[in-house]
Design a protein around this ligand. Sequence first.
Ligand code: FES
Ligand SMILES: [Fe+2]
Length: 347
Amino acid sequence: MSASEILDGLWYLAALSNELKPGAMLRRVLFGGPVVFGRTKAGEVFALRDVCPHRAAPLSAGRLCEIGGESAVECPYHAWAFRTTDGKCAAIPALHSEEKRDPSTIATKRYGLHEANGLVWIYHGEGMPETPPPDIGLAAGCRPKTVTIVEAKGPFDEAVIGLVDPAHTPTVHKQWWWREGAPRRDKTKNYEPTPLGMKIPAHAPSSNTRIYKFIGGAPTTEIEFRLPSLRLEHIRSGKRRILGLTTMSPTEPGTTRIVHVIFWDFALLDLIMPIAQSMADDFLAQDGAILTLQNDNLSRIDHRPLYFGDADEPAKWYLKLKRAFAQRKENGGFTNPLSPAELRWRT
Ligand code: FES
Ligand SMILES: [Fe+2]
């Protein structure tokens, strides 16, 4: 496995539900290739390879139509039409009336999608999904309250390591509301393996992190990482619940789209929604900026990273998880290679 390889057999965030309007299409580059996303008038989301098998025109520049009662995308060049349900060609208008050819032998790739909680996930891989789509544990009606999107330059793995790396927080994220000026203290965290990753089970958050004081009560936080690139931070205080979700999707080669979404289920926080949004924007911009700076070096030199001390263990665990998942076929399936562990660091 090369360090920059993108795992298949897993789900990545493709879009937000509200980016996909009924009857409209959206072209997006994912996994280095063009994908057309859309939503039929009936409300179903779909994704096809945005390349017409005929002469490679982008289907997204065409139009959504119906053929024999089924929704299809018509290519803007010669009007070949591809069904949104399976990507098969349903019409080639230029065939003459006695030409007995079957258009349905031609197809563009159709991607598996899963839409829930205002998020649209895409399956990266061939055939039937090997893993279920992400379940983020929210009630069906729960929708994002804040959304932040950053395009960061650099290797995908470096971006993902930022999700599990605890040591950059005091230097990169210096907001007053987080912990500006608060002295570093020794922290001890317990990690447990999970089906696709690892988590720090629910614990009382750092008392030197100010944001938790706003939530009130005796909050607990649970932090989970799942392959390929999903970080979930569940904060609970009594009946109140906040979920911060950060996830990364490979877009153009060497570019990663980082999406951060916050959900909550108590009205009091709605009052500070714009503040929460701008806090999240600042936070993510800081991660994007350091990745882009780091990438300027990485793109010029062949650098071998150093992993040093407990604070760098989660980065090594991510790479270990990734290797084990990449080798699942040779090994007769994926087994999480991690064991429960206790890590200590100063932040
Ligand atoms: S390129 Fe699409 S129909 Fe010809
Ligand atoms: Fe960060």
